[in-house]
Design a protein around this ligand. Structure first.
Ligand code: SF4
Ligand code: SF4
Length: 139
């Protein structure tokens, strides 16, 4: 099952993730600079926080997507958008290439203010390192 993974270590004044979550799985609290705390048992994997986070710090991870393969959902606001079935380079938070990934879907839902969210499948060992993608160089 997809569950949220948040990589937001800075003490910044920000809290859309808390208020967009329909199940109150994310808590920031009284001090808006607190880093978000997640209750994974409450997360239903809806992805609203992925699209709502201005810092592109919320992800959905399913480590059981296929045997040995995880899926990772992340916002992607660059053009050209990838399309389902494309092979791309999966990148970490420094832009380094981790592996090749397969685009499973690209969704820009009204509930997410039409922010494109990419679902990528990657080898499971990279599930919590993937942050974005780059198109493969033309052959
Ligand atoms: S994926 Fe949905 S349920 Fe889970 S933390 Fe994000 S907004 Fe809440
Ligand atoms: S919305 Fe994103 S950047 Fe803002 S606190 Fe939540 S996870 Fe961090």
């Amino acid at each position: 099952m997809r569950k949220v993974f948040i990589d937001c270590p800075q003490n910044i004044p920000c809290n859309p993730c808390q208020f967009c979550c329909p199940t109150s799985a994310i808590t920031i609290g009284e001090d808006i600079t607190n880093p978000p705390q997640v209750n994974l048992e409450k997360c239903i994997g809806c992805g609203r926080c992925v699209a709502a986070c201005p810092g592109q710090a919320c992800f959905l991870v399913d480590t059981e997507f296929h045997p040995g393969i995880a899926s990772v959902d992340f916002p992607y606001e660059y053009l050209p958008l990838p399309t389902a079935g494309m092979r791309v380079q999966a990148q970490d938070n420094c832009g380094a290439v981790l592996c090749t990934g397969l685009v499973v879907a690209v969704v820009a839902a009204k509930a997410g203010d039409h922010t494109p969210v990419v679902r990528l499948s990657v080898p499971r060992e990279f599930a919590y390192q993937v942050r974005s993608i780059a198109h493969l160089p033309a052959e």
